[in-house]
Ligand binder design. Structure first.
Ligand SMILES: Nc1ncnc2c1ncn2[C@@H]1O[C@H](COP(=O)(O)OP(=O)(O)OP(=O)(O)O)[C@@H](O)[C@H]1O
Length: 275
């Protein structure tokens, strides 16, 4: 397997960004900071596009720590996290994976959708996520003690979980857990305005529609429209795209392939927007 299996390894503290906008929902920043200061790992659960990644980027920036983000998938193995021997012009050499770099140098390692990763990853995560804070690297014979600034953060979407992929209690109970959800109307409106510069009146209307859609009972949707989709919609409204077209391509089509369900969603959209 090649290193391309590790997606999106970023380093926020090294980036040029001054600050990363994150609208607080409850007291999640303080909780995260307590966990970081006490060397506790954090688990964040919540639906798609509700701000989990943005929150962690914001916290890494605020704490001024490097962030190593790994988008987990069902082929991701422990070696993708820990590292592997590579062949170069001078022979083989060892290359740390993102987890090992964070453990060695100090930083936040964020495993997005951790339940997708292969089961062998739990073997390396367990001793790191409890009071031992060690990473045994079998292939080099190293027993790495985590840097004091190392923090493990994992996330998953409970809606996608199936029984086979659920987290074992022995894994879950190694983490301080936080539940995220789509923000309340006022907060979500503020996010839309700050992220897109959309006019407050239009943002308000979009939020009213989104919250009405989310309340729909008996819909055939796996998930409701996310804050991410509302941001897409706000961006399109801002540049003058017709509102109902925006609703169709941002709030209906991405959610389902079923024409009847799309029409049902559009019927609600017509209550809030004219053509
Ligand atoms: N509280 C918030 N403050 C600022 N922006 C937010 C917030 N919540 C959501 N967003 C916006 O929504 C977008 C999607 O959020 P993000 O990428 O963090 O979702 P996620 O929960 O990690 O989703 P996924 O599980 O699909 O990876 C962000 O790029 C950001 O623009």
């Amino acid at each position: 397997m090649t290193t391309s299996n590790v997606q999106a390894v970023t380093n926020v503290a090294d980036s040029e960004q001054e600050g990363i906008f994150y609208q607080e929902q409850h007291n999640e920043s303080a909780l995260f900071e307590y966990a970081f200061n006490n060397q506790l790992p954090v688990l964040i659960k919540g639906p798609t596009g509700c701000g989990k990644t943005r929150f962690i980027e914001h916290m890494a920036n605020k704490l001024n720590k490097p962030l190593y983000t790994v988008a987990c998938h069902d082929d991701l193995t422990a070696s993708d996290l820990v590292g592997r021997h590579l062949i170069g012009s001078d022979g083989t050499y060892w290359q740390d994976g993102p987890l090992t770099r964070a453990v060695r140098e100090g930083g936040i390692c964020y495993l997005d959708e951790v339940v997708e990763a292969r089961k062998d990853t739990t073997v390396v995560l367990h001793p790191l996520a409890d009071n031992r804070r060690i990473l045994p690297i079998d292939r080099t014979g190293e027993m790495l003690e985590a840097h004091p600034d190392f923090m493990l953060v994992v996330s998953y979407n409970p809606g996608y979980q199936n029984l086979l992929k659920g987290m074992k209690p022995s894994t879950r109970q190694r983490f301080v857990a936080m539940r995220f959800d789509y923000p309340e109307a006022e907060i979500e409106q503020e996010i839309l305005i700050k992220e897109t510069g959309v006019e407050p009146r239009l943002a308000g209307r979009l939020i009213e529609l989104a919250h009405a859609l989310r309340r729909l009972e008996d819909n055939d949707l796996d998930e409701v429209a996310s804050t991410r989709l509302l941001i897409y919609a706000a961006k399109m409204l801002k540049v003058g795209m017709k509102p109902l077209e925006v609703c169709r391509c941002c709030l209906a089509e991405p959610l389902t392939d079923d024409p009847q369900t799309i029409e049902a969603l559009m019927e609600v959209a017509r209550i809030y927007f004219d053509d």
